[in-house]
Each structure stands twice: as C-alpha cells, then as structure tokens.
Design a protein around this ligand. Sequence first.
Ligand SMILES: Nc1ncnc2c1ncn2[C@@H]1O[C@H](COP(=O)(O)OP(=O)(O)OP(=O)(O)O)[C@@H](O)[C@H]1O
Ligand SMILES: [Mg+2]
Length: 256
Amino acid sequence: MEAAPPSISCRGVTKTYDLAKRRVEALRGVDLDIAGAGFFAVMGASGSGKSTLMHLVAGLDRPTSGEISVAGARVDRLSEAELTRYRRKTIGVVFQHFNLLPSMSALDNVMLPALLDGVTRRDAEPRARALLEELGVGARGSHRPDALSGGEQQRVAIARALYFAPSVILADEPTGNLDSAAAARLFELLSRLARERNTLLLMVTHEPEAAANCERVIVLRDGRVAGSFDTSDSAGRRLDAGALAIRTQELARSAG
Ligand SMILES: Nc1ncnc2c1ncn2[C@@H]1O[C@H](COP(=O)(O)OP(=O)(O)OP(=O)(O)O)[C@@H](O)[C@H]1O
Ligand SMILES: [Mg+2]
C-alpha cells in the first residue's frame, strides 16, 4: 500500500485536441495546489475542462504541456508501465458511468484490480467482501451490475477504487446518474470515507449541495482555474448551497 501523503499539484497544464477541422484548447494553463487529505470540489460550466483535468490527473491521458504531480510522483513523466501501476495503486477513480464489467459479479468487479496485479482470488476476496460490506452492499456481492440499482453500482465502483487504499480519489460527477436521495447518501458516504481514510478526494460536481460538503471549491473557466474559495469562513461558519452557487457563478463568469 502506498504511503505517500496525498497531494495534487498542476503547473501550467495544457491539453489541446487537434481535430480534422479545428483545434480545441480544453486546458489553457491550469495551476492548482491541493495538499493533504480532505474533500475538494471542482466546478465550472460545461466545457470548462473539468473532465479533461481529471483524466490527466488520473493518468488516463497525457498533458500537451505542463507538470502534474500527485502524491510525490510526476505523473506527466511516468512510463506506460509506471502509469499502469499509478492508476491501479496511487489513485482511485470513480466516474459518472459506473464502468463495471457487465459480465462479472459485484465481488469480481471489486477484486479485478487486485487480480490484474497478481493477487490470488483467495487473498483478494476477504478485502473485497469487507469493502462491499463497508459500502453497504455486502449482500450484493454475487449480483451482476444489471441486477443492481444505480446507487448500488456506484458503491461497488467505489469499493473497487478503494481496494489498494489509494491516497487520492478522483470522482467525476459520481452521482450524475442517481436520483437526488441516492446522490445525497453517496456524497455523505464519500466525504466520510475521505475523512476516515485520510484521503484526498477531488470531485467534479454541478450540484452546490454536494460542493457544500467539501472544504474548498475550485472553479474552472475556459480551461483555467478562475479561482477557489473555502466553504467556511474564518469564524467556522459554513456557506450554504445558495451562497456557494453565487460565489461559483461569479468566478465561472469572471473575465480573464
Ligand atoms: N477527446 C476529445 N477530443 C476533442 N475535444 C475534446 C475531447 N475531450 C474534450 N474535448 C473538448 O474539450 C473541452 C472541455 O471538455 P471537458 O469534457 O473537459 O468539459 P467539462 O468541464 O467536463 O464539461 P461537462 O460539465 O459538460 O462534463 C470541450 O470543448 C470538449 O468538447
Ligand atoms: Mg465533464
């Protein structure tokens, strides 16, 4: 298990897609520093670059230029083999689409990263079962994804992301496919997990109610960080969702 303290740092990160007819500058110089465990939100208009940033930090794609460091590793400089290991062990990733393998049981989906890493079924199973239990889907281990609700599928996906106890969890609209009651329960669960496991959780969300559970909100605008703010003031008073939405919109629309 990795022991490096959780952190994410981006310096001048750009990502340009060269399409046949035009060039898309999805990220135009992202500078970002998050140090230590906690729950952080990424917000911003559709197309502002949130998912692109998450993909680069997750090592699923490489930046066009700039530096990305996560838990002490220079992600932009890792070899393909090192990236595979990084994706499996240093970070956990949870997406809007649950990305479970449809032909496998919930239990097998959770064990998959371990099996791919050479752990035997016999060794992987107790931990996978304990994670399903902790996430409230212990009785669903033998179900295939299509026999689970959306909220249950996402819990299985989170259990899978937690198998190797990553120091950083990236979640891109993890409740985007859930109804509001299931979404609220999942946010609570995620923030509790981040706290209990000393994890840095970076979550993209469009929902001010969800971001209000985070410590800091980072707002992207046109491929750059427009600004960020804490969700509680110096007296410890927390911003409510309405006030948070206004702050976010001010930054998302600000010039420059
Ligand atoms: N693979 C790709 N090829 C070309 N353009 C892309 C690709 N991925 C993203 N883009 C473009 O990059 C920009 C940023 O996209 P991104 O998905 O990061 O936005 P987002 O902030 O996550 O938006 P949303 O809130 O809608 O999910 C958009 O203009 C998008 O069309
Ligand atoms: Mg997105």
